[in-house]
Unconditional design. Sequence first.
Lengths: 171, 103
Amino acid sequence: MGLMADALDLRHRLPHLWAKVKAGEVAPYKTRRVATDTRSLPCEAARWVDEELAARVDGFGVPTVERLVALAAARFAPEEQAEKERQSRSQRYVRLTHPRPGEDAGTSYLEAAGNTQDLTAFYNLLCEEAKRLGRLGDTDDYETRKVTALGVIAARQGPSSSPRRPRTAGG
Amino acid sequence: MEAVSAAMIEVEDLDDTALLAAASAAERADRVVQLTKLRIADEWCVRHPATTDAGTATWGDTGLPGLSDCEASLGGDGSPAVAAFVAEELGAAMGTPPGPRWG
């Protein structure tokens, strides 16, 4: 039964979270979610997720759990991950969609499906750049700054064939 | 638990401040209950380790010989095995059916 399995894994595979939940520092449902989501991973992968989550002093949400579990699977269970990758490689793409007539002419869509580590590395880079822009005085909201960061990173990679537009407020 | 039951009965009579206080109290009480369940399950596991005599609890245990086609133990890699059918015993005490989809 799930409750016993979660308790077992918390004590033996997630000792930091087990200590925190007993101290009332983390909601029990979150720790059970971590236990269930890491069940199929090797012990060292579960321990790594445990340490990463326990180190977050401000707590963590379910999206963080999902991201760390995916990263742990890629790092610690490479064979299983490689098999999954072979199966999913046909579903990999980076797709740029331009607006259709009648839609906002200035807005396009970029979507990517691929290797978790690659996409996470790029996403983290975007977030870091967005935070840096914020510190430099960009007053756009965080999501908008992440989009701006795409252009900044593209420009940093050297001469681009794509024409640069001047930055405007809110753009 | 008293506060929660009382709040469930009288929510209509509470003003917003009291209702929010009741929500907060209910969340705290829920955490205590959830943690208590985890600690009970943990202690139950500690008391009932798998032995050669007792066999091992698995997700596939149906209570019927020959129908255990899943040999994985309850926990993940690195967690010790637990004696067969003790999960069913705890589940029965808690009124939850055994098996991976419940509890």
